[in-house]
Design a protein. Structure first.
Length: 220
């Protein structure tokens, strides 16, 4: 189970800006975001806090009607926000095994979201949570005593239109287990949690970092 977190800082646009800064610096081979026009007195909100976090990248479709997932990775172990966001901005962009690494040509079509996870607590059973409010992590053992686990952030069941039962069954599949819910229910533990989430697209980001736009136009 994730460590208890007593404070509940809110996700802020600057957290997303920091993730975009990290990606731009990677592509442009820059060692610091000050080269992108980040002010010297710029500070990351709650930079001294340690929280579980996730970074999600989505790409706008050609029709501009939908956003497609391009990477989502995070950690349930509390991390200092500045270093943690930098790490998982790159990890989710380049090392999510479900997708090819994000290419420089995709930057202008990206949206980034940061989720800060809080209020972890054990659920009484697999239905003791609220769709749209809670994320859930399930852990269980199969009949050979092999461990399985999986999680969905709070927005996932809501966006998919799932019931609580459907979300848990989907988590079983995500964990790699192919049996039924009833077959592992005696060993199943569920942790529910909440998150503060914010997101920005490339256009909104470059309004605050026009120098980043110039740099990427020069090298792409």
């Amino acid at each position: 189970m994730a460590e208890q977190v007593s404070l509940s800082p809110a996700a802020h646009d600057k957290h997303v800006e920091h993730c975009f800064d990290t990606l731009v610096c990677h592509f442009a081979r820059l060692d610091h975001a000050k080269h992108l026009g980040r002010p010297d007195d710029w500070t990351l909100p709650f930079h001294d806090h340690k929280l579980p976090l996730f970074v999600t990248w989505r790409k706008r479709s050609q029709s501009h009607q939908t956003w497609n997932l391009r990477g989502c990775i995070g950690t349930f172990h509390p991390r200092h926000l500045e270093s943690g966001l930098s790490e998982f901005a790159k990890t989710s962009a380049f090392r999510d095994s479900r997708f090819d690494p994000i290419d420089i040509s995709e930057l202008a079509h990206l949206e980034c979201a940061v989720s800060l996870l809080t209020n972890f607590e054990p659920a009484q059973d697999h239905l003791d949570w609220t769709v749209g409010t809670h994320g859930i992590t399930i852990k269980f053992f199969d009949h050979k005593n092999r461990p399985f686990s999986a999680t969905y952030l709070p927005e996932v069941p809501h966006e998919q239109g799932w019931t609580k039962e459907e979300a848990v069954v989907s988590l079983l599949r995500k964990s790699g287990y192919r049996g039924t819910l009833s077959s592992i229910q005696t060993s199943l533990t569920v942790t529910r949690y909440q998150s503060s989430k914010t997101s920005l697209g490339w256009d909104a980001y470059t309004q605050t970092r026009p120098e980043a736009l110039k740099i990427m136009q020069q090298i792409s």
